[in-house]
Design a protein around this ligand. Structure first.
Ligand code: PMP
Length: 399
């Protein structure tokens, strides 16, 4: 049997049409298929490889940690340097924007984005002692049952009921819907930029209004920056551009530089409730694995020392200036989190397929299938941008 046949037979599939590309190695912007065929990865493995594939500093950190120790003990018991340093570095990224609020300086490490969301949901309920959680229509927060309960997509939820009760949806960016938040609401969990809805950027004043309402009602404001964090939008965290500070922040994806790790981050007082009633209020075996934590710290340092987020806006502007075509309806973006809108999926899908044949990987969105996902590694060069956009335009013209 070929690798492909074994893949289809033994690796669980989530659709009848997996891409099934056979990739032999990856470096920077590129994935290399059989016979060395290069593919430009314009989606960073869905928002993960912000520093590029196998960044040398990340690989070095992984190798160094592998030589020291792997798993030692369940979460939270031993002092593990990679976790400690990463938590301190994350806290540092969150200090300056705190203003009058207690800075988010207490980090709970997980293995994935959806686990970060699960932790944030439990923490908000436990801290506020309130039952209801509000999220947005067309939000994506993960696939486990708590995170799925937050989803505004009936299509995704229907056949998995019963899910969690007392979940409500509001419209992302809609000022009127803010009044649905009441004193019964434990948390509002919201993506700063609505990713899977097709990159929807709210009005600058929206998060300030949301923040004010949450303060009025005693509700925790949770920003999901699992897709928008780690430099993707032009600042280290996307929320920095909206003048509102969260009570809990979730991160994953780009955080690990290609290794699995996530976190939910709160201040000391809020996170402290996990310590009693019951003790061990939230536990994990592998959360913040030392190798992933070392990779994540190196990723964070690369983004900061190479000031990768400073190049994000000019690079996004270059892409926008190049992707001009009569059948492109609109390009929405916050930094290098981008969506290129076409009339419908039937127009978009052949463009994506053709571009992959020509060596450029893009995708669409879970809740927006008329738009092309573009979220390249932040290290993409201007020359690579020109080449990739040229191939995308050729793929459109080949329709
Ligand atoms: N939140 C957001 C905003 C996401 O984009 C994703 C993943 N697409 C998740 C949560 C879930 O992350 P994971 O797949 O690591 O569970």
């Amino acid at each position: 049997m070929t690798q492909r046949e074994l893949f289809l037979k033994n690796v669980a599939q989530t659709s009848d049409f997996p891409l099934a590309l056979e990739i032999e190695r990856a470096e920077g912007l590129y994935l290399y298929g059989k016979n060395g065929k290069p593919y430009m990865d314009l989606i960073s493995g869905i928002g993960v490889s912000n520093v590029g594939h196998r960044h040398p500093k990340v690989v070095e950190a992984i190798k160094n940690q592998v030589d020291k120790y792997l798993h030692l003990m369940v979460y939270g018991e031993y002092v593990q340097t990679p976790q400690v340093q990463l938590a301190a570095a994350l806290a540092e990224t969150l200090k300056a924007s705190a203003g009058e609020r207690a800075p988010l300086d207490n980090v709970y490490f997980t293995n994935s984005g959806t686990e970060a969301i699960e932790g944030a949901m439990k923490l908000a309920k436990r801290y506020t002692n309130k039952p209801e959680i509000i999220s947005c229509y067309n939000a994506y927060h993960g696939a486990t049952q708590g995170a799925l309960s937050l989803s505004g997509s009936e299509n995704f939820k229907r056949n998995f009921r019963p899910l969690l009760p007392m979940m409500r949806n509001i419209r992302h960016g809609n000022f009127d819907d803010i009044t649905h938040i009441t004193t019964q609401t434990a948390a509002v969990i919201i993506e700063v930029i609505a990713g899977e809805a097709g990159v929807r950027v709210p009005d600058k004043a929206y998060f300030k209004a949301l923040r004010a309402r949450c303060d009025e009602t005693g509700t925790l404001l949770v920003f999901d920056e699992i897709q928008s964090g780690f430099g993707r939008t032009g600042t280290f965290w996307a929320f920095e551009q909206f003048g509102a500070y969260p009570d809990i922040l979730t991160t994953a994806k780009g955080m690990g530089g290609g290794m699995p790790i996530g976190a939910f981050i709160a201040n000391h007082e809020v996170m402290g409730v996990f310590k009693n009633n019951p003790i061990l209020g939230h536990i994990t075996t592998f959360g913040g694995h030392p190798v992933s934590a070392a990779a994540s710290l190196a990723t964070l340092q690369v983004i900061q020392s190479e000031k990768l987020y400073e190049y994000v806006t000019p690079k996004a502007d270059l892409i926008k200036s190049l992707l001009v075509h009569p059948i492109i309806r609109e390009v929405r973006n916050q930094g290098l989190m981008m969506a290129v809108e076409f009339e419908n999926f039937d127009v978009l899908k052949p463009v994506i397929d053709r571009a992959i044949e020509k060596g450029v990987i893009t995708d669409w969105f879970l809740f927006c299938d008329n738009s092309m996902r573009i979220a390249p590694p932040l290290i993409i060069s201007d020359e690579e941008i020109r080449k990739a956009c040229q191939i995308l335009l050729e793929s459109i013209d080949a329709l």
